[in-house]
Design a binder for this molecule. Structure first.
Ligand code: PHE
Ligand code: ZN
Length: 888
């Protein structure tokens, strides 16, 4: 096959031509769509540009005509190939370029560019979808003002939307109508959007703090409108929060959100016309779980926050994607923290990082937050760019404090509003606004791999000094064999023997003693700046041997190994004032325990649970002073991904067996406590999505899940009863999950009942698919294959693919089945799906990328499938990129 082109950051060149206005006209029809584009082009004022041709990107376009300054060009005045339209010698001054193209959205199954979803037209242009609409310099550093006219059949497409403000509309002959939209704010082409369809809207208003009255509209098919209350509430909360926390106001009079059932990703931040995967808009207590409600809140927030971080200030090129995404994920994390519990949100985010990003960072797809190269930028919408990128932004805040961070943000907008910029520009704004010394902090953008930090400590009882020594190592990653030491902010405190925080006085490197204070108060948490390969910190006036609490709040995305004893860790679990580290102490113990049980399992030794561990969890479970959601997090064992990532050779069977063993053993030993917890936390009142109610449901449901694992009649009866009496989807689905963890009569009956009850609601049916796909019952691949033929399944709908195929790949037992059936299943599907939707396919095929972490048998089986895919003619560049890198 042809090897697709790879793009490098070092090859970035400024454009030779800019374009400041774009006028588009769409004539939408059932069999074809004509796009008329009129742009004003200006040559850049430099020598290199003087002789440059104008090269426009295009993909799958039928060119009808090209005009320059009103005159049609003849053949020979321009060249077209499969991905470009080139004008070898355009006029020297500013000129007008008009291009007409013909496209076929009704046949577009890639869901990039202009396509149809459930009969409606809609677009997805990030990253390079605009070139599937018209020829254009489709790159984010070309920012222009857009005016868009849309024409379509009035009965079929009563709603016509694009970015900005509606400046005209009316009827035209043949039962058609038009709308004209003008976006006054400059934007890159990837933020262009258009929607035409039969939709209705929920309307509301938000008055900004300077008094601008903004109309808010959420569009869905009419029958779904009742399910948009929570989305609207979330949008208003996000608008208010961004004003309160960052002083950022919305800048137009209208904000539209459209929910579409066919969408490759979660949602898209197109200027004033966000397009959302319906699963992140639609919710009612009967059909959506608390987790769905929380996801909607955070993604509505995320897309709204992009209006400033991503849209007003955008990225210069796609290597800088984390400038937009890392920052915006950080902002949505903070928003969700402020709407719920900060500690619990932090725990959830760190778990996600450890379960997914750490694996990526130690495998063949490892890349820096600011990648050096890519083949398809879509494959770089990764947990590294998004989640590790958010950790990098969080470290600025940890180092600068809230006020310093805000100063940096203000300067960033002051300097760069309306520009396309780089990660270094963000760094400079943070640094300059605070006059800060960031040492080698920039390495967080350019070096891949999760740093391993080792901490050892010693106490000198005579001198009353306590010494902490750190050493760090960044493991090699593809293309980066040798690494420099990084700047690691370690937030920490010292606990005395009563479990209280001690005042800290640090002997600084020049030998002076500094007592750390903030506003006259002794500081109990300080941030140590670890910047060298080895570094030492000495605390003085330490009256007794302390227990250090390190990396409080997870102040840096590293793997911390310390010399603390189990006793110290149990002590932190009981006393640490940093709630994150209390949870972390429990996780450290759980990980240690699981790893030792895994070794026992592999040696066929009996499995035994450390009574101190059970006692520790019992104390937390029964502590009614704790936040119930915190208890749930503490009762949740480290994930399979996280455990496999910590093993020399990943052993999915052992991890699964050990997790199952611990769960059952905890259920057995804490049965009375769990039963009481279920009774005490039953919901009686109407469903409400608020922290207290949600936490209570979560605690009841995790207890129920533990109990149901016992398979005894009492617990099974309890779970069945919870299922029958549930009055909201959170409780109903949790009971279903609890019951179906064991195969058998109830398993089948309840699943069938659930499907029959919900078959009219595709979002609920997707949960039903995912639940079955993720089952760890051996041989489940057969069942998943049958489900592919289920009438409710459709390979063209990404959500269904994510539920069934993605769900299956998340099962450690079945995807990694030793007979290779799971690998074969995925590989066959990848080849089939790649023909229609390469973007979704490349996300599925990534499940293979960790193959070298497994035993030899599995490696062979997985490698054979990867090679089979690689040798197939016509695979997409997206799949090529993942598979070739995985095999490298
Ligand atoms: N930019 C979107 C977001 O961060 C994600 C996305 C990427 C959507 C590419 C579609 C295509 O919310
Ligand atoms: Zn985003």
């Amino acid at each position: 096959m042809d090897v697709p082109k790879e793009y490098f950051l070092k090859d970035y060149k400024k454009p030779s031509y800019y374009c400041d206005t774009v006028e588009l006209k769409f004539v939408l029809n059932e069999d074809k769509t004509h796009v008329y584009s009129k742009i004003s082009v200006i040559r850049a004022d430099n020598e290199a540009s003087a002789s440059s041709p104008l090269v426009l990107d295009g993909s799958d376009l039928k060119l009808i005509s090209v005009d320059v300054n009103g005159k049609q060009l003849n053949e020979g005045d321009f060249y077209v190939d499969s991905c470009h339209l080139t004008l070898p010698s355009p006029p020297t001054g500013k000129f007008t370029l008009e291009i007409v193209t013909e496209i076929y959205p009704q046949d577009n199954v890639s869901l990039e560019g202009l396509y149809k979803s459930s009969g409606n037209f809609s677009t997805q242009c990030e990253a390079e979808g605009f070139r599937k609409i018209t020829f254009f310099q489709d790159r984010p550093d070309i920012m222009a003002k857009y005016t868009v006219r849309v024409e379509a059949d009035k009965t079929k497409y009563p709603v016509l939307l694009s970015n900005g403000n509606l400046i005209g509309q009316g009827d035209i002959e043949g039962g058609r109508h038009f709308a004209v939209w003008e976006d006054p704010i400059k934007k890159p082409s990837y933020l262009f959007a258009l929607v035409a369809g039969r939709l209705e809207s929920r309307d509301d208003t938000f008055v900004t703090r300077s008094g601008r009255k903004v109309t808010l509209r959420i569009y869905t098919p009419s029958e779904d409108l009742p399910k948009t209350t929570h989305a609207m509430h979330s949008l208003k909360a996000a608008m208010k929060w961004d004003e309160d926390v960052f002083g950022l106001e919305y800048d137009l009079d209208l904000y539209n959100i459209v929910a579409v059932p066919d969408f490759n990703m979660g949602a898209m931040e197109n200027k004033s016309l966000n397009i959302f995967n319906s699963k992140l808009v639609l919710a009612s207590p009967e059909t959506a779980t608390d987790a769905d409600y929380a996801a909607i809140l955070s993604v509505i927030g995320h897309e709204y926050f992009h209006n400033w971080t991503g849209n007003r200030v955008t990225c210069r090129d796609w290597f800088q994607l984390s400038l937009n995404e890392g920052l915006t994920v950080f902002r949505d994390q903070e928003f969700s923290s402020d709407m719920g519990s900060r500690t619990v949100k932090r725990i959830a985010d760190v778990s996600k990082l450890r379960n997914y990003q750490y694996a990526e960072d130690s495998g063949p797809m490892a890349h820096p937050v600011k990648p050096h190269s890519y083949i398809k930028i879509e494959t770089l919408c990764t947990v590294t760019v998004y989640e590790k990128g958010a950790e990098v932004v969080r470290m600025y805040k940890t180092l600068l404090g809230s006020q310093g961070f805000r100063k940096g943000m203000d300067l960033y907008f002051e300097r760069h509003d309306g520009q396309a910029v780089t990660c270094e520009d963000f760094y400079a704004a943070m640094k300059d606004a605070n006059n800060a010394d960031f040492a080698n902090f920039l390495l967080w953008y350019s070096q891949a791999g999760t740093p391993v930090v080792k901490a050892t400590s010693s106490y000198d009882a005579e001198k009353h000094t306590f010494t902490l020594k750190f050493s760090q190592e960044v493991p090699p990653t593809p293309g980066q064999p040798v690494k420099e030491p990084m700047f690691i902010p370690v937030a920490m405190g010292l606990l005395d023997s009563h479990g209280n925080d001690m005042p800290l006085s640090l002997v600084s490197h020049d030998g002076k003693l500094e007592t750390l204070t903030v506003g006259g108060q002794a500081v109990h948490t300080t941030v140590l700046r670890v910047t060298k390969k080895e570094e030492e910190f000495v605390f003085s006036e330490v009256s007794e041997k302390p227990v250090p609490s390190l990396l409080r709040g997870f102040s840096a995305p590293v793997r911390l190994e310390s010399d603390l004893s189990d006793n110290d860790i149990f002590f932190l679990l009981a006393h640490d004032s940093d709630e994150f580290n209390r949870w972390e102490a429990g996780q450290i113990l759980a990980r240690k325990l699981m790893l030792s049980l895994v070794a026992h399992f592999q040696q066929n030794k009996p499995l035994l649970l450390n009574p101190k561990f059970v006692q520790g969890l019992k104390t937390i479970l029964c502590d009614n002073t704790l936040d119930k959601e915190f208890i749930v997090k503490a009762m949740t064992l480290p994930g399979v991904g996280e455990m496999m990532d910590m093993m020399e050779v990943a052993d999915p069977d052992a991890v699964h067996a050990v997790r199952t063993f611990i769960r059952k053993e905890l259920a057995l030993q804490l049965k009375t406590d769990f039963l009481r917890t279920v009774q005490e936390n039953k919901s009686s009142e109407q469903y409400e999505f608020n922290h207290l109610n949600m936490a209570r449901r979560a605690l009841k449901n995790i207890s129920l899940a533990y109990l149901a694992s016992l398979e005894d009649p009492e617990c099974t009866e309890l779970a069945l009863n919870e299922y029958k009496t549930a009055s909201n989807m959170t409780d109903e689905f949790a009971a279903l999950v609890a019951i179906t963890q064991n195969p058998g009569k109830h398993h089948d009956q309840v699943l069938a009942h659930f499907y029959n009850k919900w078959k009219h609601d595709f979002l609920v049916v997707n949960k039903w698919f995912a639940l079955q796909a993720m089952s760890d019952v051996p041989g489940n691949v057969e069942n998943v294959m049958k489900l592919l033929d289920h009438p409710a399944f459709d390979l063209r709908n990404p959500n269904k693919v994510y539920s069934l195929i993605g769900g299956f790949c998340a099962s450690p037992v079945n995807f990694h089945a030793k007979d290779g059936s799971g690998y074969k299943f995925l590989a066959d599907l990848v080849l089939q799906l790649d023909k229609t939707n390469p973007q979704v396919t490349s996300r599925m095929v990534s499940a293979f990328s960790g193959w070298r972490r497994y035993d030899e048998t599995r490696q062979k089986l997985a490698k054979a499938q990867l090679e089979m895919i690689m040798s197939t003619n016509g695979i997409s560049a997206n799949v090529f990129e993942i598979v070739s890198k995985s095999l490298a």
